[in-house]
Design a protein around this ligand. Structure first.
Ligand SMILES: Cc1cc2nc3c(=O)[nH]c(=O)nc-3n(C[C@H](O)[C@H](O)[C@H](O)COP(=O)(O)OP(=O)(O)OC[C@H]3O[C@@H](n4cnc5c(N)ncnc54)[C@H](O)[C@@H]3O)c2cc1C
Length: 379
Protein backbone atom coordinates (compact mmCIF):
# COMPACT_ATOMS: atom_id res chain seq x y z
CA UNK A 1 0.00 0.00 0.00
CA UNK A 2 2.79 2.41 0.98
CA UNK A 3 4.47 1.67 -2.32
CA UNK A 4 1.27 2.35 -4.22
CA UNK A 5 0.83 5.96 -3.01
CA UNK A 6 3.97 7.46 -4.64
CA UNK A 7 3.20 5.35 -7.69
CA UNK A 8 -0.34 6.78 -7.93
CA UNK A 9 1.00 10.32 -7.38
CA UNK A 10 3.52 9.95 -10.17
CA UNK A 11 0.80 8.52 -12.40
CA UNK A 12 -1.33 11.62 -11.65
CA UNK A 13 1.63 13.87 -12.43
CA UNK A 14 1.96 12.00 -15.70
CA UNK A 15 -1.74 12.70 -16.45
CA UNK A 16 -1.11 16.45 -16.01
CA UNK A 17 2.01 16.42 -18.16
CA UNK A 18 0.36 14.46 -20.95
CA UNK A 19 -3.06 16.07 -20.93
CA UNK A 20 -2.15 18.63 -23.60
CA UNK A 21 -1.00 16.22 -26.29
CA UNK A 22 -3.13 13.18 -25.23
CA UNK A 23 -0.04 10.97 -25.43
CA UNK A 24 -0.46 7.55 -23.79
CA UNK A 25 0.29 7.50 -20.06
CA UNK A 26 3.71 6.37 -19.04
CA UNK A 27 3.47 3.57 -16.45
CA UNK A 28 5.49 4.25 -13.37
CA UNK A 29 6.31 1.71 -10.70
CA UNK A 30 4.22 -1.40 -10.17
CA UNK A 31 0.74 0.13 -10.06
CA UNK A 32 -1.62 -2.84 -9.92
CA UNK A 33 -3.83 -2.93 -13.02
CA UNK A 34 -7.16 -4.61 -12.29
CA UNK A 35 -7.41 -6.45 -15.60
CA UNK A 36 -3.87 -7.79 -15.31
CA UNK A 37 -4.32 -8.83 -11.67
CA UNK A 38 -7.60 -10.62 -12.53
CA UNK A 39 -5.95 -12.41 -15.45
CA UNK A 40 -2.95 -13.42 -13.34
CA UNK A 41 -5.34 -14.84 -10.73
CA UNK A 42 -7.03 -16.91 -13.47
CA UNK A 43 -10.24 -14.84 -13.47
CA UNK A 44 -10.57 -14.34 -17.22
CA UNK A 45 -14.15 -13.16 -17.19
CA UNK A 46 -16.00 -10.50 -19.17
CA UNK A 47 -19.45 -9.04 -18.45
CA UNK A 48 -20.96 -7.99 -21.77
CA UNK A 49 -23.91 -7.98 -24.12
CA UNK A 50 -26.33 -5.63 -25.88
CA UNK A 51 -28.35 -2.79 -24.31
CA UNK A 52 -30.45 -5.06 -22.05
CA UNK A 53 -27.30 -5.65 -20.03
CA UNK A 54 -26.01 -2.15 -19.50
CA UNK A 55 -27.51 -2.00 -16.02
CA UNK A 56 -25.87 -4.85 -14.16
CA UNK A 57 -22.63 -6.74 -13.78
CA UNK A 58 -22.80 -7.81 -10.15
CA UNK A 59 -20.54 -10.19 -8.30
CA UNK A 60 -21.42 -12.32 -5.25
CA UNK A 61 -18.48 -12.75 -2.87
CA UNK A 62 -18.82 -15.45 -0.23
CA UNK A 63 -17.14 -18.58 1.08
CA UNK A 64 -18.85 -21.49 -0.70
CA UNK A 65 -16.62 -24.32 0.57
CA UNK A 66 -16.08 -23.35 4.20
CA UNK A 67 -12.30 -22.85 3.84
CA UNK A 68 -12.56 -19.23 5.08
CA UNK A 69 -11.42 -17.84 1.71
CA UNK A 70 -13.86 -15.71 -0.24
CA UNK A 71 -15.05 -17.30 -3.49
CA UNK A 72 -16.91 -15.46 -6.28
CA UNK A 73 -19.92 -15.91 -8.52
CA UNK A 74 -19.72 -13.34 -11.32
CA UNK A 75 -22.60 -12.32 -13.59
CA UNK A 76 -21.65 -12.44 -17.26
CA UNK A 77 -24.43 -10.63 -19.14
CA UNK A 78 -24.58 -12.49 -22.45
CA UNK A 79 -21.59 -14.56 -21.28
CA UNK A 80 -21.88 -17.44 -18.84
CA UNK A 81 -22.30 -16.76 -15.12
CA UNK A 82 -19.03 -18.02 -13.65
CA UNK A 83 -18.00 -19.50 -10.33
CA UNK A 84 -14.42 -18.92 -9.18
CA UNK A 85 -13.16 -20.86 -6.18
CA UNK A 86 -10.43 -19.11 -4.24
CA UNK A 87 -7.40 -21.42 -4.04
CA UNK A 88 -4.86 -18.78 -3.00
CA UNK A 89 -2.18 -19.85 -0.54
CA UNK A 90 -2.26 -17.85 2.72
CA UNK A 91 -0.07 -14.78 2.25
CA UNK A 92 0.61 -15.72 -1.39
CA UNK A 93 -0.67 -14.36 -4.67
CA UNK A 94 -4.34 -14.50 -5.57
CA UNK A 95 -5.37 -17.61 -7.41
CA UNK A 96 -8.82 -18.81 -8.48
CA UNK A 97 -10.12 -22.03 -9.99
CA UNK A 98 -12.98 -21.78 -12.52
CA UNK A 99 -15.77 -24.22 -11.60
CA UNK A 100 -19.09 -24.92 -13.26
CA UNK A 101 -22.26 -23.65 -11.57
CA UNK A 102 -23.96 -26.77 -12.91
CA UNK A 103 -26.63 -24.82 -14.80
CA UNK A 104 -28.24 -25.74 -18.10
CA UNK A 105 -26.93 -23.52 -20.95
CA UNK A 106 -30.22 -21.53 -21.14
CA UNK A 107 -29.90 -20.64 -17.42
CA UNK A 108 -26.15 -20.06 -17.39
CA UNK A 109 -26.21 -16.83 -19.44
CA UNK A 110 -28.13 -13.53 -19.22
CA UNK A 111 -27.31 -12.74 -15.57
CA UNK A 112 -27.27 -9.11 -14.42
CA UNK A 113 -26.21 -9.72 -10.85
CA UNK A 114 -25.74 -12.39 -8.18
CA UNK A 115 -26.55 -12.08 -4.47
CA UNK A 116 -25.54 -14.58 -1.76
CA UNK A 117 -28.29 -15.07 0.86
CA UNK A 118 -28.87 -18.02 3.17
CA UNK A 119 -32.52 -18.48 2.17
CA UNK A 120 -33.23 -21.71 4.04
CA UNK A 121 -31.14 -20.94 7.11
CA UNK A 122 -29.02 -24.08 6.76
CA UNK A 123 -25.80 -22.14 7.38
CA UNK A 124 -24.83 -22.27 3.71
CA UNK A 125 -25.21 -19.37 1.29
CA UNK A 126 -27.78 -19.76 -1.50
CA UNK A 127 -27.80 -17.50 -4.57
CA UNK A 128 -30.34 -15.12 -6.04
CA UNK A 129 -29.40 -14.50 -9.67
CA UNK A 130 -31.19 -11.62 -11.40
CA UNK A 131 -31.38 -12.12 -15.14
CA UNK A 132 -32.81 -10.83 -18.36
CA UNK A 133 -35.37 -13.63 -18.50
CA UNK A 134 -36.29 -15.81 -15.56
CA UNK A 135 -34.53 -14.95 -12.28
CA UNK A 136 -32.93 -17.91 -10.55
CA UNK A 137 -32.74 -19.17 -7.01
CA UNK A 138 -29.88 -21.62 -6.45
CA UNK A 139 -29.62 -23.68 -3.30
CA UNK A 140 -26.06 -23.85 -1.96
CA UNK A 141 -24.72 -27.40 -1.48
CA UNK A 142 -21.37 -28.51 0.01
CA UNK A 143 -18.14 -27.90 -1.92
CA UNK A 144 -19.36 -24.92 -3.98
CA UNK A 145 -22.08 -26.90 -5.71
CA UNK A 146 -25.50 -25.41 -6.42
CA UNK A 147 -28.89 -26.64 -7.60
CA UNK A 148 -31.75 -24.73 -9.19
CA UNK A 149 -34.41 -24.29 -6.53
CA UNK A 150 -37.00 -21.79 -7.85
CA UNK A 151 -39.80 -24.29 -7.27
CA UNK A 152 -38.42 -25.59 -3.97
CA UNK A 153 -38.17 -22.03 -2.64
CA UNK A 154 -41.69 -21.24 -3.93
CA UNK A 155 -40.70 -18.51 -6.43
CA UNK A 156 -43.46 -17.87 -8.93
CA UNK A 157 -42.67 -17.79 -12.64
CA UNK A 158 -46.24 -17.40 -13.88
CA UNK A 159 -47.34 -14.51 -16.11
CA UNK A 160 -49.14 -11.86 -14.06
CA UNK A 161 -52.14 -9.64 -14.61
CA UNK A 162 -53.25 -6.52 -12.75
CA UNK A 163 -56.93 -6.07 -11.95
CA UNK A 164 -58.00 -2.44 -11.68
CA UNK A 165 -61.30 -1.38 -10.13
CA UNK A 166 -62.66 1.61 -8.19
CA UNK A 167 -64.04 0.63 -4.79
CA UNK A 168 -66.51 2.69 -2.77
CA UNK A 169 -66.40 2.24 1.02
CA UNK A 170 -68.48 3.24 4.00
CA UNK A 171 -65.69 4.85 6.04
CA UNK A 172 -63.14 7.54 5.17
CA UNK A 173 -59.65 6.37 4.13
CA UNK A 174 -58.06 9.54 5.60
CA UNK A 175 -55.75 9.71 2.60
CA UNK A 176 -53.99 6.46 3.57
CA UNK A 177 -52.66 4.12 0.87
CA UNK A 178 -52.22 0.44 1.67
CA UNK A 179 -50.20 -2.25 -0.07
CA UNK A 180 -50.64 -5.89 0.95
CA UNK A 181 -48.46 -8.65 -0.42
CA UNK A 182 -50.48 -11.66 -1.49
CA UNK A 183 -48.82 -14.76 -2.97
CA UNK A 184 -49.30 -13.54 -6.57
CA UNK A 185 -48.06 -10.03 -5.76
CA UNK A 186 -49.18 -6.68 -4.39
CA UNK A 187 -52.78 -5.74 -3.61
CA UNK A 188 -52.75 -1.95 -3.43
CA UNK A 189 -55.55 0.27 -2.15
CA UNK A 190 -54.91 3.84 -3.32
CA UNK A 191 -57.08 6.67 -1.92
CA UNK A 192 -59.23 8.71 -4.32
CA UNK A 193 -61.40 11.77 -3.58
CA UNK A 194 -64.31 11.00 -1.23
CA UNK A 195 -64.96 7.55 0.16
CA UNK A 196 -63.45 5.83 -2.83
CA UNK A 197 -60.21 4.01 -3.52
CA UNK A 198 -58.52 2.71 -6.63
CA UNK A 199 -57.53 -0.91 -6.38
CA UNK A 200 -54.56 -2.50 -8.15
CA UNK A 201 -54.75 -6.21 -7.52
CA UNK A 202 -52.10 -8.62 -8.86
CA UNK A 203 -52.98 -12.20 -9.76
CA UNK A 204 -51.68 -14.72 -12.26
CA UNK A 205 -52.92 -13.74 -15.70
CA UNK A 206 -55.25 -16.75 -15.79
CA UNK A 207 -56.77 -15.96 -12.39
CA UNK A 208 -57.16 -12.26 -13.29
CA UNK A 209 -59.11 -13.27 -16.42
CA UNK A 210 -61.32 -15.59 -14.34
CA UNK A 211 -62.03 -12.96 -11.67
CA UNK A 212 -62.91 -10.19 -14.13
CA UNK A 213 -65.31 -12.52 -15.94
CA UNK A 214 -67.31 -13.24 -12.74
CA UNK A 215 -70.80 -11.90 -12.14
CA UNK A 216 -71.23 -8.91 -9.78
CA UNK A 217 -72.07 -10.93 -6.68
CA UNK A 218 -69.33 -13.49 -7.10
CA UNK A 219 -66.77 -10.76 -7.79
CA UNK A 220 -67.94 -8.89 -4.69
CA UNK A 221 -67.34 -11.99 -2.56
CA UNK A 222 -63.79 -12.41 -3.94
CA UNK A 223 -63.10 -8.70 -3.45
CA UNK A 224 -64.34 -8.66 0.14
CA UNK A 225 -62.25 -11.71 0.96
CA UNK A 226 -59.08 -9.75 0.15
CA UNK A 227 -60.08 -6.13 0.85
CA UNK A 228 -61.66 -6.88 4.23
CA UNK A 229 -64.14 -4.65 6.03
CA UNK A 230 -61.75 -2.22 7.78
CA UNK A 231 -63.31 0.61 5.73
CA UNK A 232 -66.83 -0.69 6.32
CA UNK A 233 -69.06 -2.15 3.61
CA UNK A 234 -67.52 -2.00 0.15
CA UNK A 235 -68.76 -2.08 -3.45
CA UNK A 236 -67.11 -2.10 -6.87
CA UNK A 237 -68.05 1.20 -8.56
CA UNK A 238 -66.98 0.24 -12.05
CA UNK A 239 -66.36 -2.89 -14.04
CA UNK A 240 -63.09 -4.59 -13.01
CA UNK A 241 -60.58 -4.79 -15.86
CA UNK A 242 -57.41 -6.83 -16.14
CA UNK A 243 -54.15 -5.69 -17.76
CA UNK A 244 -51.16 -7.92 -18.51
CA UNK A 245 -48.17 -7.03 -16.34
CA UNK A 246 -44.64 -7.44 -17.53
CA UNK A 247 -41.28 -5.85 -18.15
CA UNK A 248 -40.27 -4.41 -21.48
CA UNK A 249 -37.86 -1.71 -22.58
CA UNK A 250 -37.70 -0.68 -26.25
CA UNK A 251 -34.39 -1.50 -27.95
CA UNK A 252 -34.19 2.11 -29.10
CA UNK A 253 -36.16 5.14 -27.86
CA UNK A 254 -35.53 7.06 -31.08
CA UNK A 255 -35.62 6.70 -34.84
CA UNK A 256 -35.61 9.11 -37.79
CA UNK A 257 -37.36 12.25 -36.42
CA UNK A 258 -39.18 10.10 -33.87
CA UNK A 259 -38.92 9.66 -30.10
CA UNK A 260 -40.79 7.19 -27.90
CA UNK A 261 -42.13 8.32 -24.51
CA UNK A 262 -44.15 6.64 -21.77
CA UNK A 263 -45.37 3.08 -22.09
CA UNK A 264 -44.48 3.06 -25.78
CA UNK A 265 -40.85 3.08 -24.60
CA UNK A 266 -41.11 0.97 -21.45
CA UNK A 267 -43.47 -1.18 -19.43
CA UNK A 268 -42.65 -1.97 -15.84
CA UNK A 269 -44.47 -3.74 -13.04
CA UNK A 270 -46.70 -1.31 -11.07
CA UNK A 271 -45.34 -2.58 -7.74
CA UNK A 272 -43.68 0.77 -7.04
CA UNK A 273 -46.29 2.91 -8.87
CA UNK A 274 -43.64 4.38 -11.19
CA UNK A 275 -44.95 3.76 -14.73
CA UNK A 276 -46.71 7.08 -15.23
CA UNK A 277 -43.96 8.99 -13.39
CA UNK A 278 -41.39 7.56 -15.78
CA UNK A 279 -43.51 8.64 -18.73
CA UNK A 280 -43.79 12.18 -17.34
CA UNK A 281 -40.02 12.26 -16.86
CA UNK A 282 -39.58 11.22 -20.52
CA UNK A 283 -41.87 14.02 -21.68
CA UNK A 284 -40.09 16.61 -19.51
CA UNK A 285 -36.65 15.45 -20.70
CA UNK A 286 -37.69 15.45 -24.37
CA UNK A 287 -39.25 18.91 -24.06
CA UNK A 288 -36.04 20.22 -22.48
CA UNK A 289 -33.80 18.71 -25.14
CA UNK A 290 -35.99 20.05 -27.95
CA UNK A 291 -36.26 23.57 -26.50
CA UNK A 292 -32.51 23.75 -25.77
CA UNK A 293 -31.78 22.73 -29.37
CA UNK A 294 -34.26 25.24 -30.82
CA UNK A 295 -32.68 28.03 -28.75
CA UNK A 296 -29.32 27.19 -30.29
CA UNK A 297 -30.86 27.41 -33.74
CA UNK A 298 -30.60 23.63 -34.26
CA UNK A 299 -33.21 21.41 -35.89
CA UNK A 300 -34.94 19.87 -32.82
CA UNK A 301 -35.62 16.63 -34.72
CA UNK A 302 -32.03 16.01 -35.78
CA UNK A 303 -30.36 12.79 -34.74
CA UNK A 304 -27.89 14.12 -32.15
CA UNK A 305 -30.63 16.07 -30.35
CA UNK A 306 -32.79 12.96 -30.07
CA UNK A 307 -29.71 10.95 -29.09
CA UNK A 308 -29.29 13.28 -26.10
CA UNK A 309 -32.86 12.42 -25.03
CA UNK A 310 -32.19 8.69 -25.41
CA UNK A 311 -28.94 8.85 -23.42
CA UNK A 312 -30.70 10.76 -20.66
CA UNK A 313 -33.69 8.46 -20.28
CA UNK A 314 -32.55 4.96 -21.17
CA UNK A 315 -30.19 4.32 -18.28
CA UNK A 316 -32.70 5.62 -15.72
CA UNK A 317 -35.41 3.48 -17.34
CA UNK A 318 -33.31 0.31 -17.32
CA UNK A 319 -32.28 0.89 -13.70
CA UNK A 320 -35.92 1.36 -12.63
CA UNK A 321 -36.98 -1.63 -14.74
CA UNK A 322 -34.44 -3.93 -13.13
CA UNK A 323 -35.29 -2.59 -9.65
CA UNK A 324 -39.05 -3.13 -10.05
CA UNK A 325 -38.46 -6.52 -11.65
CA UNK A 326 -36.34 -7.57 -8.66
CA UNK A 327 -38.86 -6.17 -6.18
CA UNK A 328 -41.60 -8.07 -7.94
CA UNK A 329 -39.54 -11.27 -7.84
CA UNK A 330 -39.05 -10.84 -4.11
CA UNK A 331 -42.70 -10.00 -3.42
CA UNK A 332 -44.63 -12.17 -5.87
CA UNK A 333 -44.09 -15.59 -4.43
CA UNK A 334 -45.32 -18.05 -1.89
CA UNK A 335 -41.93 -18.57 -0.31
CA UNK A 336 -41.84 -17.97 3.44
CA UNK A 337 -38.05 -17.78 3.18
CA UNK A 338 -38.01 -15.05 0.54
CA UNK A 339 -40.64 -13.20 2.51
CA UNK A 340 -38.43 -13.22 5.58
CA UNK A 341 -35.51 -11.77 3.61
CA UNK A 342 -37.83 -9.16 2.12
CA UNK A 343 -39.35 -8.20 5.48
CA UNK A 344 -35.90 -7.83 7.03
CA UNK A 345 -34.96 -5.62 4.06
CA UNK A 346 -38.00 -3.40 4.46
CA UNK A 347 -37.50 -3.23 8.24
CA UNK A 348 -33.94 -2.03 7.73
CA UNK A 349 -35.06 0.61 5.26
CA UNK A 350 -37.68 1.80 7.72
CA UNK A 351 -35.11 2.14 10.50
CA UNK A 352 -32.51 3.93 8.35
CA UNK A 353 -33.90 7.44 7.61
CA UNK A 354 -31.31 8.33 4.88
CA UNK A 355 -32.14 5.10 3.02
CA UNK A 356 -35.85 5.73 3.42
CA UNK A 357 -35.49 9.27 2.11
CA UNK A 358 -33.48 7.95 -0.89
CA UNK A 359 -36.30 5.53 -1.73
CA UNK A 360 -38.92 8.27 -1.36
CA UNK A 361 -36.88 10.60 -3.61
CA UNK A 362 -36.47 7.80 -6.13
CA UNK A 363 -40.22 7.09 -6.06
CA UNK A 364 -40.92 10.80 -6.56
CA UNK A 365 -38.64 10.83 -9.61
CA UNK A 366 -36.19 13.22 -7.94
CA UNK A 367 -32.99 11.20 -8.30
CA UNK A 368 -30.61 11.22 -11.26
CA UNK A 369 -30.65 14.17 -13.66
CA UNK A 370 -34.08 15.70 -13.05
CA UNK A 371 -35.59 17.63 -16.00
CA UNK A 372 -36.32 21.31 -15.31
CA UNK A 373 -40.09 20.87 -15.72
CA UNK A 374 -40.12 18.23 -12.95
CA UNK A 375 -38.32 20.63 -10.63
CA UNK A 376 -41.09 23.18 -11.26
CA UNK A 377 -38.76 25.40 -13.35
CA UNK A 378 -39.58 26.98 -16.69
CA UNK A 379 -38.04 25.49 -19.81
C1 LIG B 1 -52.61 -2.37 -13.25
C2 LIG B 1 -51.75 -1.17 -13.44
C3 LIG B 1 -51.51 -0.31 -12.39
C4 LIG B 1 -50.69 0.80 -12.53
N1 LIG B 1 -50.45 1.61 -11.47
C5 LIG B 1 -49.65 2.68 -11.59
C6 LIG B 1 -49.38 3.56 -10.50
O1 LIG B 1 -49.88 3.37 -9.38
N2 LIG B 1 -48.58 4.63 -10.70
C7 LIG B 1 -48.01 4.88 -11.91
O2 LIG B 1 -47.26 5.87 -12.04
N3 LIG B 1 -48.23 4.09 -12.97
C8 LIG B 1 -49.04 2.99 -12.84
N4 LIG B 1 -49.29 2.19 -13.92
C9 LIG B 1 -48.65 2.49 -15.19
C10 LIG B 1 -49.41 3.59 -15.93
O3 LIG B 1 -50.77 3.27 -16.03
C11 LIG B 1 -48.79 3.75 -17.31
O4 LIG B 1 -47.39 3.89 -17.18
C12 LIG B 1 -49.36 4.98 -18.03
O5 LIG B 1 -50.74 4.88 -18.15
C13 LIG B 1 -48.71 5.11 -19.39
O6 LIG B 1 -49.22 6.22 -20.05
P1 LIG B 1 -49.05 6.39 -21.60
O7 LIG B 1 -49.76 7.63 -21.94
O8 LIG B 1 -47.61 6.27 -21.95
O9 LIG B 1 -49.74 5.11 -22.25
P2 LIG B 1 -51.26 4.64 -22.16
O10 LIG B 1 -51.88 5.02 -20.86
O11 LIG B 1 -51.25 3.20 -22.54
O12 LIG B 1 -51.98 5.51 -23.28
C14 LIG B 1 -51.85 5.20 -24.65
C15 LIG B 1 -53.17 5.54 -25.30
O13 LIG B 1 -53.01 5.44 -26.70
C16 LIG B 1 -54.13 4.78 -27.23
N5 LIG B 1 -53.71 4.16 -28.50
C17 LIG B 1 -52.96 3.08 -28.69
N6 LIG B 1 -52.78 2.84 -30.00
C18 LIG B 1 -53.43 3.82 -30.66
C19 LIG B 1 -53.62 4.12 -32.04
N7 LIG B 1 -53.06 3.39 -32.98
N8 LIG B 1 -54.35 5.21 -32.36
C20 LIG B 1 -54.90 6.00 -31.39
N9 LIG B 1 -54.76 5.74 -30.06
C21 LIG B 1 -54.02 4.67 -29.70
C22 LIG B 1 -54.52 3.76 -26.18
O14 LIG B 1 -55.84 3.36 -26.32
C23 LIG B 1 -54.29 4.58 -24.91
O15 LIG B 1 -55.41 5.33 -24.55
C24 LIG B 1 -50.10 1.06 -13.79
C25 LIG B 1 -50.35 0.21 -14.87
C26 LIG B 1 -51.16 -0.90 -14.69
C27 LIG B 1 -51.43 -1.81 -15.88
Amino acid sequence: MKRAIPAILSALAAVGANAADHAPLATTGDVPVFVEEARAADVAHVYGGPFEFFVGGGVAVFDCDGDRREDMVVAGGKNETALYRNVSAAGGTLEFEHLSLGLEPRDAANALGAYPIDLDNDGRKDLVILRVGQNLLLRGLPECRFEKANKAFGASTKALGGIVVTVGHERDHHGRAEEHFLPAGPFAILPLKGKRSSLVWTETRKEAARLTALGEEEFHAELERRFGLHLGEIEALDKPRAFPLGYFVARSFIADRLALVGDAAHLIHPIAGQGLNMGLKDVAALAEVVVDAARLGMDPGQADVLERYQRWRRFDTMAMGVATNSLNFLFSNESKLLRTVRDIGLGLVDRAPPLKSLFIRQAAGLTGEVPRLLKGEAL
